[in-house]
Every structure is written in C-alpha cells, then in structure tokens.
Ligand binder design. Structure first.
Ligand code: SF4
Ligand code: MG
Length: 328
C-alpha cells in the first residue's frame, strides 16, 4: 500500500551570485490519503520552500532541487518531463496561500476565475463552468453564492476571500491540498473557522492535507501528524498527540512552551532565545545548538543522527531519548 505522497531526502538550494545557499537539507516525510500533516517551523526554516518544491512552483532559478524524490502514489515527479509533471500536478495537487488577494486576479470575478479551471482542464461550457463555480462557493460556505459568483476579489472580506481560494483549489478534485499559512493574516475567530473548513473538506473528500504553519497551536486540533523543520531540516516527526505530549526534540519542546494557553494568560510566554540561523552560514554540529536549552559540548561538534525514541516518532537530536523521556 503506497502512501499518497512521499518526500524523500529533498534538497533545495538557492543560487545567489554564484553562491549556493541550502534552503532544504534532506527533508523526508509521508502523507497518507485522508490524513493531515502539519509542517511547522519559523520563517526561513524551509517549510514553504519544501511545499513549493512538492508543488513544482520552484523549478526556475535561482531555487533548484538538487537531490531527492517527490513520489506521488509511487511515481517520482522529479523524474518526469516538464509537461507531464505539470499536468500530473494540476490534476492531483492544489495549493492555498496566505495572501488570497495576491493569489487571485483582481480584474476578474471569482466565478470567472474558478470557471476558467473547468473550461481549460475539463472542457466545460461557460454556463456549466459557472454552475460548478457556484456549487464550489456554496461548498466552502460563501452565503448567497449564486449572486456572489459575479463579484470581484476585493468585494470579499479576508476570511471570505480565503474561502474563495479554497474553492478554486478544490475545482479539479485534488487528492492533495497544500495550505501555506492559510490563516496567518486573519483574526483568531476567522482563523479557527477556516481551519475547520479545511479539515471538514479534507474529511469529506478523503484528501491528504498539508498545513504549513509557524504556529503549532493552530494545528493542534486538526493535524494527524507533524513534521517540525529547523534550518532546512526536519528535526522531529511524529503523530500530533505524541509530539504534544512527548516531544523528542528541544526545538519542538520550546515551540510548545511558546503556545499561549488559557492557564498562562498574563504570564510572559517562554520564547525561544535568539534567531534562526542564516542558511548561508549554519552553526557547526547541530544547527540548533546556539539556541538550545539542552545543548552540551558535543552538540557544537557532531551533527546529530536521526533517532527514533518510539516507533513512528523520530528526532534529529543527540539526546532524543532523554528529551522524549522528559529528562531534558
Ligand atoms: Fe539541542 Fe544538542 Fe539536541 Fe541539538 S543535538 S537539539 S543542540 S541537545
Ligand atoms: Mg513561508
């Protein structure tokens, strides 16, 4: 039984004036049909670049995939010719971005933009395409969809626009939906509604959903699995409950402590000291060591191996077992 999506040892680098800067360094993860994977990390951790590589919207310089495989139901997308790859992706993988306003075309009605997908990829007539667009807008919870289908992006609120973009992403029935910070620009209530919508759609359609976020808190209730990224690497991978209950990497532990909770309102949040490293000059050994509360001398010298303190729960830390056992 092949996983829906397997990313294996993915390496992506940027080239700036002849200098090669690693953006993703050996990321691996799996997504099963009907499941939700959260990819979590600070900005610059490589999480967006990873999703763009999967989506195939990165192939142009200066970013380049230098190694690895992206397998969709067993087929390595990176080994396909450009045209086949594009059509495979268009029909199987869709993406929702943080900023709907820049992802949508301001001069066309939302109905036209959604309908265009049906006309181009499914050969539907203008009238049929419009009917489908209305159905989709209705599905994503836009009230009065029949009337709203003729409206332009700027006529929608931020949350409604995000729903429009989700409708558009669903048009070609993707098996995989990738949402990159889909709720970051929205207020907290709307955030929760959009997350709920994505989750409901994922359930109904039995899709694989990848949620990219800097905020572990927003995915707690919707993700099944989590991959935590730091400095271009996946540093922890686990079932979401396991990761919350027994993190096996100090970075995940620190991220969890930074989530605001009802019982800590009014107290200063424990924030992770320092900044993520510059990918052009990564720290020696474990790249997290300058910020790590659990670091020892060896952390600055030796690159930590991938350890699995429990089955299906891995961490790139010399002391993964101890962190997992909450002894660090
Ligand atoms: Fe911290 Fe060392 Fe583990 Fe890196 S290897 S996360 S520095 S304890
Ligand atoms: Mg990003």
């Amino acid at each position: 039984n092949r996983p829906l999506l397997e990313v294996d040892d993915l390496h992506v680098e940027f080239r700036l004036r002849g200098v090669r800067i690693p953006a993703v360094r050996g990321a691996s993860f799996k997504l099963e049909l009907g499941r939700t994977l959260a990819i979590v990390g600070e900005s610059g951790s490589g999480k967006s670049v990873t999703s763009q590589a999967v989506m195939g919207i990165l192939d142009t310089p200066p970013a380049r995939i230098t190694r690895g495989e992206v397998r969709l139901q067993g087929v390595d997308l990176l080994a396909l010719d450009e045209e086949t790859r594009r059509s495979v992706r268009a029909n199987h993988i869709a993406m929702v971005f943080q900023d709907a306003l820049s992802a949508l075309n301001p001069v066309w009605s939302v109905g036209f933009q959604i309908g265009e997908l049906f006309r181009v990829h499914r050969g539907l007539s203008r009238a049929e395409a419009k009917t489908r667009a209305v159905e989709l807008l209705d599905l994503v919870g836009i009230p009065d969809a029949k009337n709203r289908v003729g409206h332009y992006p700027h006529q929608f609120s931020g949350g409604m626009r995000q729903r429009v973009m989700i409708a558009m992403a669903l048009a070609l029935d993707p098996e995989i939906l990738i949402a990159d910070e889909p709720t970051t620009a929205l207020d907290v209530t709307v955030q929760a509604q959009i997350m709920r919508l994505l989750k409901d759609i994922q359930n109904d359609r039995n899709m694989g959903l990848i949620l990219i976020t800097h905020d572990l808190g927003v995915v707690a209730d919707v993700a099944d699995d989590v991959a935590v990224m730091y400095a271009g690497e996946v540093v922890e991978r686990a079932g979401i409950r396991d990761a919350f209950k027994r993190p096996a990497h100090p970075y995940t532990k620190a991220l969890l402590r930074a989530i605001p909770r009802v019982d800590t309102i009014g107290q200063a949040l424990e924030v992770i000291r320092g900044l993520p490293p510059n990918p052009a000059s990564l720290p020696s050994g474990c790249p997290f060591h300058p910020r790590c509360f659990a670091a020892e001398d060896q952390c600055a010298e030796a690159v930590p191996p991938w350890l699995e303190p429990a089955s299906g729960h891995g961490s790139r830390c010399h002391f993964a077992e101890e962190v997992y056992a909450d002894e660090r």
